[in-house]
Ligand binder design. Sequence first.
Ligand code: ARG
Length: 306
Amino acid sequence: MRYLDIDPVDRAQIIIEALPYIKRFNGSIMVIKYGGHAMLDEGLKEGFALDITLLRYVGIKPIVVHGGGPQIGKLLKELSVEPHFVDGLRVTDERTMDVVEMVLTGQINKEIVTRITMAGGRAVGISGKDASLIVAKRLLYKKRLSDGGVEEIDLGLVGEVQEIRPDILFKLADAGFIPVVSPVASGVDGKSYNLNADTAAGHIAMALKARKLILLTDTQGVLDGDRRLISSLTKSEAERLMQMGVIKGGMIPKVQCCLDALQNGVKKAHILDGRIKHALLLELFSDSGVGTEIVLEREKEHEDYV
Ligand code: ARG
């Protein structure tokens, strides 16, 4: 193995750098959104399962919330389910939702559970439906009109979070299990809804008052105007960068999701590059990390440094 070239004292130093974080995070809940490339590549999948299992064994309570976009599209195509669009946006009808649920809760969820189990962790796969973990309501997409008005568009069985009942997660995590959550939920109307996995993870993190919300993405993290990684951001800095248009496109809802979580009791949020193997470990157990950390105010976390 390559690390055997490293001087043993340096190797020990790498492990020792983790000690203050292992102490600090002992017993804390961390909600990790797993998605994108990290869910497609063989080596990354294995790395993720090992990281999650390691977190559990150093006393952290990880909760995984996963996505599943590309796999859903593939099966819809194979089953020749005709896509419907309104204004360029895909509408989730009942047949599509059946496939979404099959892939997310049936296939992807169980694959993640199997991998964590193989790594030695005791994963339990559930969906938002189980024990009413997530109660959903229909999401009406708000389209901005040129006259400044808003039109609400019904996208079918796409939901947003109405309520979280987190007790099942506390029970599982406290008993030593690693919950793996698929972002499918029931509405009060009894229908199944597909939820955005980032926002589902954010709401779960808030309801649990998790220590961290960690989003694994297919980008380096939040980038500055010169496309260099910003290692650390406060809420006000993030808001300014969004106003200036430096944080843009698909990164805006991710950053917003992190800010909402921070505003509601989560201590720190991280946006990480899921394409880096062991990004989770590198971020959590080193001083400088590998992605972007977002906090309400700087230095806040060091107050409870033990
Ligand atoms: N390991 C520490 C933590 O998880 C610090 C991470 C710093 N990360 C960064 N992107 N600057 O809180």
